[in-house]
Design a protein around this ligand. Structure first.
Ligand SMILES: [Zn+2]
Length: 257
């Protein structure tokens, strides 16, 4: 085993015989969910997928040996970023079908508790629908969580909701702590916001309009990454980890459902 990190179960790093031996200890499968999406000049296309994966690994280390991390989903719903070159988007149908079949496969091997760890706001509406479908069709009671939203009310963590910024101080700070190789520290920029066409609309509402990112910001950023730091990222991630682990310890039992 690689000794640079605490012990953890990750499917891609195990053989089937190792999984078979560990399966009786595993109560929960984490499915990290990301996106391949522009993050302005501030960080690379893998930012959401890597952030979701690294956060899931931290949960698995804290709760070893009871958690298994499935392979990260690298694609999300990102039509609203398509005017920036390089972005890849799935349709909501494809996205939910892939994740449904990932869970269906693992359920066939006897796993019955699933938590999607999401780092891309564009996926959230589809994840809600996916939970209902998994419950109705497979009789599972999965959950999904947004990393930033877990700490969004924590002033000490400087938290903000996932949809309130994109490649801003919160997200870039998390990346500086979890995955510094994704951040272009010499190029960190603030947003170049555009006036929105309709009153009372924003990515967070209260009135929802299907804006595309190029209608909101010229450089692809919402928020200000210039004040990002690994220290802030560590505070956000630690708050989020404490809270998700509190949830998971109850969720293991399934009695709440
Ligand atoms: Zn992101």
């Amino acid at each position: 085993m690689d000794m640079e990190h605490a012990p953890r179960h990750t499917l891609w790093d195990m053989t089937w015989t190792e999984l078979d031996a560990a399966a009786h200890d595993i109560d929960l499968v984490l499915v990290p969910v990301g996106s391949t999406v522009q993050h302005g000049p501030n960080s690379v296309f893998s930012s959401d997928a890597v952030r979701a994966n690294e956060f899931a690994l931290k949960i698995a280390e804290r709760l070893y040996p009871r958690v298994l991390v499935a392979p990260v989903m690298p694609f999300g719903i990102a039509h609203h970023h398509m005017s920036f070159p390089g972005t890849i988007s799935l349709s909501p149908e494809t996205f939910t079908n892939v994740l449904f079949e990932v869970v269906e496969s693992l359920a066939e091997h006897g796993f019955d508790r699933f938590l999607f760890v999401n780092a891309h706001p564009g996926n959230e509406a589809a994840l809600d629908l996916l939970l209902g479908r998994l419950r109705n069709k497979l009789d599972l009671s999965p959950a999904w969580v947004s990393i930033s939203a877990l700490a969004s009310d924590d002033a000490q963590a400087g938290g903000r909701g996932e949809a309130s910024e994109h490649a801003g101080q919160n997200e870039i700070s998390q990346l500086l702590y979890l995955a510094p190789w994704t951040v272009r520290t010499g190029a960190l920029a603030t947003n170049e916001l555009l006036e929105q066409e309709y009153p009372f609309t924003s990515p967070e509402g209260p009135i929802h309009v299907a804006y595309t990112f190029d209608e909101l910001t010229t450089n692809g950023v919402i928020g200000d990454a210039r004040a990002a730091s690994a220290e802030l990222g560590e505070r956000i991630v630690t708050t989020a980890l404490d809270r998700v682990c509190t949830f998971v310890k109850v969720f293991f039992d399934g009695d709440a459902f």
